[in-house]
Ligand binder design. Sequence first.
Ligand code: ADP
Length: 157
Amino acid sequence: YVQDSSHLTDFNELYNIKLSKIKSVPVVVKEETSVYNAIVTLFLEDVGSLFVIDDDEALVGVISRKDLLKLTIGETDINQVPVSVVMTRMPNIITTRDNDTVFEAAEKLVNYEIDALPVVENLTDKAGVPLEDKLKVIGRVSKTNITRVFTDFGLEM
Ligand code: ADP
């Protein structure tokens, strides 16, 4: 039973925190990057997945730990194979925006069974007009970011 409902307002606040406030710096690689170098980047940057961009800086893919592991158990020469061969590709990438809430991001992570989401905005052409199908990666929200919202909130309670 709930005698005091004041904490519900607090949770409401927590759920509605904007991703712009909690996002991390994204770790990106070019599509020509070898699987070998992608694995090195995972270790150096201490992340579980990488976002893949093309020469125009547009998001083209996501590559996870298991995508990379899968390749290393075969006969493949991981120095020769680019990440573009194994990544999950646009338009199948689940994305978020700065203005989305912690709750919306958490829901996507759970429903799609993924560990991280790129935070994106539309790329613009030379005249500044947004390009509908070209996304620029401006952040990263992982399960860790969401968990940190809870611990920060707990410390304030
Ligand atoms: P892991 O594969 O290491 O457990 P994930 O659970 O994040 O890591 O990834 C599971 C699968 O979903 C992988 O094939 C990965 O490429 C893909 N994936 C990861 N993040 C996203 C995303 N934001 N949108 C679409 N697919 C994704």
